[in-house]
Design a protein around this ligand. Sequence first.
Ligand SMILES: *Cc1c(COP(=O)(O)O)cnc(C)c1O
Length: 387
Amino acid sequence: MEHFIENDKQYVANTYGRFNVELVSGDGAEITDIDGKRYIDLGSGIAVNTFGVGDTEWKDAVIEQLNLIQHTSNLYYTKPCVELAELLCEKAKMKKVFFGNSGAEANECAIKTARKYYSDRHEGKEGKIITLQNSFHGRTITTLSATGQDVFHKDFGPFTEGFEFVPANDCEALKKAVGPDTAAVMIELVQGEGGVNALSQEFVNCIKLESQKYGFLIIADEVQTGNGRTGKYFACEHFGLNPDIITTAKGLGGGLPIGACLFGEKTEFTLGSGDHGSTFGGNPVVSAGAVSIVKRIDERLLKEVTEKSDYIKSELLKVNGVKSVSGLGLMLGIETEKPARELANKALEKGVLVLTAKQKLRLLPPLNITMKQLDKAMKILKEIIEE
Ligand SMILES: *Cc1c(COP(=O)(O)O)cnc(C)c1O
């Protein structure tokens, strides 16, 4: 195969700081580049490839549906999206699902729903949505407006109105910000792009109490934390939180684009016919693949996720130059003395794919990575961090 980095630089928009590697194929948690060099993948395409590359069950499900019908439109009923919705509602104890194609779209749906829920109850008035500083909710103008990080805002105004930010884990600030004009509080239970930081239980309790007081909705953005990533199906289970809306995407499709917005008792009837839509949303091929993913995220797998997480944490905390390890399950952030991006490049050279988030190394391995692969990857990380 011919190299294609130069053509990429010429023809693909320069929006990504790509690593200097051309990936071609893979198997589970191992990926092969154009020169045949193998890597252990601790990123899973940013928490997307839940069961790694080339997962047989997922491929079979996708191909089976591909042979039936690849797309209809949302004007007709198709089975895979119904099956997926039912499964998700069971897992999350929610009532209904709207399907889109990405995390940002799932959050757009959540924001529209929260606004309409408020409007329905306040004679058409507009409610505001509180999100957290350092959050990440997407790249569309509205989800960007909801994102509490100035680095992403620069140059893209004007923004969608109606969002206010409070510092994470600051109950007093939250209490000051919320009131009768609040439509919703939107949170990531573990802030991913913001540096892999879990919220405190006290803060989550504080949001719950304030929500009972004012009647605003709680939206959990589980785009990254959902689908088993943190050792529970949804991260809100760690906190005893029952959100009114849950959004998820990344790992749900096992590698194909999908986003889902899940509605609880309060919100299941908020959106009606014509209120929202998506041409590709609930696509049968993508949904069939997602069904095969969701079905396998069971207690046994979740226990494995937690065990692997404990193993990674204990190995890394022994390493000189590791200052802290944060996160939940297989969503971990490593604070190191050396700059993270430099370490990520070194890891790549030595055959390990890792990500960064803010000043940290970020690990999001496929949930089915083997202990042997993990062990090998940890040895390499130890080497480069201590070097
Ligand atoms: C990745 C991410 C998004 C955006 O998802 P896209 O599929 O890139 O639109 C939103 N929220 C969180 C928490 C994310 O991690």
